[in-house]
Design a protein around this ligand. Structure first.
Ligand SMILES: [Zn+2]
Ligand SMILES: [Zn+2]
Length: 356
């Protein structure tokens, strides 16, 4: 079988590796069909998220068909279409028992595709607890967005907007920005999405929920969406991980700034203002207890049209093109913000041909 292996910054290759099999009683082996490229993968490849273990297979947003099951597995059978939850947790440690499974102390790292072998590969090995059968009416492509949506729902749980009229701004119209727009609109908010790439902005515009809109700048968003050039900033979600220092002085009293990006950057903020103006600066990453199934429900029930956020489906054999569409040029070792009309890019694992 083939697997996309990480060896170090800018050093990834599609390699032939020993085929995975279900050797343990609770093992499930999935023939991977689709696996999304995440910002985490871009950071791993570009060396800006130096957490991945050299030698691992990257990729973690996957769906596929069950190929093998151990004898104790009862929730899935060979041939079932499944979505993979790539974030293991033990359920017993203090973090798991206090609603923080994303920081389970027994998982020895972060998630599959970072600390353990992931799913940019023909096969993925997991245990029965971490696969869920996809209903017939939902495509494997749509279900592949379950994991990123589950991370978004973790963040949404932490946000406490003062009212449904809270002026809400999302910076970045990538997959997470658009998923935040959908999830926050289900919470009653009407976010403005800010995206500086004209191509991404155009892609986003027709894929936002009613009441949300994308703008090229904060200035345009304040005037265009909230009809006031000085519109307060009540809730801000920064998917770019670079904006805290710039946005912090603009936050309305009682406002919240949430950072969900994984780029290294240091900030200086005024601690007196934090208390005096009742501000919240928070971060969020990974799934919380139940958020994977919550995300799966929002996709299978059609309340979040995940498939509309897929901009490209590219064969895994053509992986440099998938990364390049997201600004990560492996051959030239250059990482820039995505400038093409790209959003969620899925690798079609089994396809050998060329597609868009
Ligand atoms: Zn991800
Ligand atoms: Zn745990």
């Amino acid at each position: 079988m083939r697997a996309l292996k990480y060896h170090g910054a800018w050093d990834i290759s599609l390699e032939e590796v020993p085929e995975l099999h279900a050797n343990g009683p609770d093992d499930v082996v999935v023939d991977v069909k689709f696996c999304g490229i995440c910002g985490t993968d871009l950071g791993i490849v570009a060396g800006s998220y130096p957490i991945a273990v050299p030698g691992v297979t990257i990729g973690h947003e996957a769906t596929g068909i069950v190929a093998e099951c151990g004898p104790d597995v009862t929730n899935v059978k060979v041939g079932d279409r499944v979505v993979i939850n790539p974030t293991p947790y033990c359920g017993r440690c203090r973090m798991c028992r206090t609603q923080r499974i994303n920081h389970c102390v027994n998982k020895m790292g972060t998630e599959s595709g970072v600390s353990y072998d992931g799913a940019f590969a023909d096969r993925f090995l997991t245990t029965s607890e971490f696969v869920h059968v996809i209903p017939d009416h939902v495509s494997l492509q749509a279900a592949a967005l379950t994991e990123p949506l589950s991370c978004v729902l973790s963040g949404v749980r932490k946000l406490q907007p003062p009212t449904m009229a809270a002026n809400t701004y999302i910076f970045g119209a990538g997959p997470l920005g658009l998923l935040y727009a959908w999830a926050l609109s289900l919470k009653g908010l009407a976010p403005a999405v800010i995206e500086t790439s004209a191509e991404r902005l155009a892609f986003a515009q027709s894929r936002l929920p009613d009441g949300a809109r994308a703008y090229a700048s904060l200035v345009e968003a304040r005037s265009g969406h909230f009809h006031d050039p000085n519109a307060p900033l009540d809730v801000v979600v920064d998917t770019t991980s670079g904006l805290l220092e710039e946005i912090y002085p603009l936050l309305a009293c009682g406002g919240t700034f949430m950072s969900i990006g994984l780029k290294e950057k240091r900030f200086t903020i005024d601690g007196m203002h934090l208390a005096d103006r009742s501000l919240s600066v928070i971060g969020s990453i990974d799934s919380l207890h139940g958020s994977f199934l919550e995300a799966f429900h929002l996709i299978t029930s059609g309340r979040i049209p995940a498939e509309r956020l897929v901009s490209h489906v590219i064969p895994l054999s053509d992986f440099p093109r998938g990364f390049a569409e997201l600004g990560c040029d492996i051959a030239n070792k250059s990482a820039k913000p995505a400038r093409s009309a790209s959003c969620k890019i899925l690798f079609d694992i089994a396809s050998a041909g060329s597609s868009s």
